[in-house]
Ligand binder design. Structure first.
Ligand SMILES: NC(=O)C1=CN([C@@H]2O[C@H](COP(=O)(O)OP(=O)(O)OC[C@H]3O[C@@H](n4cnc5c(N)ncnc54)[C@H](O)[C@@H]3O)[C@@H](O)[C@H]2O)C=CC1
Ligand SMILES: CC(C)CC(=O)C(=O)O
Ligand SMILES: [Mg+2]
Length: 364
């Protein structure tokens, strides 16, 4: 029986429309082979939404997302909107989408593919075999805490304020996701915080430690975030699952991206307790290469694979996409960000065409 899914597409800004187009072709190609049918509905977010409606997250977009089975987002942001007031910025739209859909858990896998061992800026022996899952808290911490703003002091100076805050409930629910993720992997969980300085991090550490007694099969460790950043580039293979707050996870997952060769390779899944998840690359809108057919579409395509696996329970279709990515890399196709000697430099569109050829060679 054919399974039918309603998918919201959010191309956003910059390279968004280029990489989403490749991903949609991939999904359309895979659908009949696995008895799937997708209805795609495009909606506005970020700078393109500001230009069209004055609002980085129109209510209509949130409603469309809520009515769908899953959301595929590319990225938002760009120079054009950098000087708008905070509440009108593209990034505020993205934060609104995450909080509006209750997406408190962001899973960011950083796995090095054997074909890309020489694309990393780190030595082959350091990155070979890296397989890390960063579980980033996504709707709390300093990106959302109150008070925030720029205020005037008694002496007339401007003072910028953001607040890093977590409740026990917010920590407990992300901890549960992280422990369960570690259980399904190698059973090692490293919690990253700054408990030597920040009260909010001490609460984080205390709650994670308290909850660990419910997961005797998971080996829990703690690192301060400065050391964790250093360890990630010194000896990344020591990590299995990492759980951390919104800001630290944002930073550490970009660093982890470079272990795999490029941020253009890293997908992610943003999940809540119920309702549709958002599947999105870790990278941003890359305005420096937008409109030039230079973007690597693989993080976006692998985000669609995460959607098939995590939201739609279609692991065989997810695997087919992941296999196609390996095939095109085996064939030597490389966008600029993962290019190395002896390989064939291609643009975003050409990489997409190679993926479609690989998928079309799958037997029905
Ligand atoms: N989830 C999202 O929508 C995010 C949005 N942003 C926004 O994106 C804009 C640009 O931010 P940046 O700090 O420059 O981060 P970025 O991730 O967009 O780009 C960083 C560097 O990586 C390269 N890059 C990123 N994705 C790539 C891909 N698929 N293929 C090849 N190269 C790629 C870019 O060309 C750039 O040199 C900003 O407006 C920022 O706020 C940033 C991060 C996440
Ligand atoms: C653009 C920000 C809102 C977030 C970010 O950098 C990210 O989620 O990776
Ligand atoms: Mg980021």
């Amino acid at each position: 029986m054919t399974e039918h899914y309603r998918i919201t597409l959010l191309p956003g800004d910059g390279i968004g429309s280029e990489i989403i187009a490749v991903m949609v072709d991939v999904l359309k190609t895979i659908a009949p082979k696995f008895d799937l049918e997708f209805t795609f509905q495009e909606a506005l977010i970020g700078g393109s939404a500001i230009d069209a409606t004055g609002n980085p997250l129109p209510e209509e977009t949130l409603n469309t997302c809520r009515e769908s089975d899953a959301v595929l987002l590319a990225a938002i942001g760009g120079y054009k909107w950098d000087n708008l007031p905070r509440h009108q910025r593209p990034e505020t739209g993205l934060l609104g989408l995450r909080s509006g859909l209750g997406l408190f858990a962001n899973l960011r896998p950083a796995t090095i593919l054997p074909q890309l061992m020489d694309a990393s800026t780190l030595k082959r022996e350091v990155v070979e075999g890296v397989d890390i899952m960063v579980v980033r808290e996504l709707t709390g911490g300093v990106y959302f805490g109150e008070p925030k703003g720029v205020f005037e002091t008694e002496t007339g100076q401007k003072r910028g304020v953001n607040t890093m805050a977590y409740t026990e409930g917010e920590i407990d629910r992300i901890a549960k996701v992280a422990f369960e993720t570690a259980q399904k992997r190698n059973g090692q969980l490293c919690s990253v915080d700054k408990a030597n300085v920040l009260e909010v991090s001490q609460l984080w550490r205390d709650r994670i430690t308290a909850l660990s007694s419910q997961y005797p099969d998971v080996q829990l460790s703690h690192l301060y975030v400065d050391n964790a950043a250093m360890q990630l580039v010194r000896a990344p293979k020591q990590f299995d699952t990492i759980v951390t707050s919104n800001l630290f996870g944002d930073i550490l997952s970009d660093a982890a991206a470079m272990l795999t060769g490029s941020i253009g390779m890293l997908p992610s899944a943003s999940l809540g307790a119920s309702g549709p998840g958002v599947f999105e690359p870790v990278h941003g809108s890359a305005p420096d290469i937008a409109g030039q057919d230079k973007a690597n579409p693989l993080a976006q395509v692998l985000s669609a694979a995460m959607m098939l696996r995590y939201a739609l329970n279609q692991p065989a279709a997810a695997q087919a996409i992941e296999d196609a990515v390996q095939t095109v890399l085996n064939q030597g196709y490389r966008t600029g960000d993962i290019m190395s000697e002896g390989q064939q430099l291609v643009g975003c569109r050409e990489m997409g065409d190679a993926l479609l050829r690989a998928l079309n060679s799958i037997n029905n």
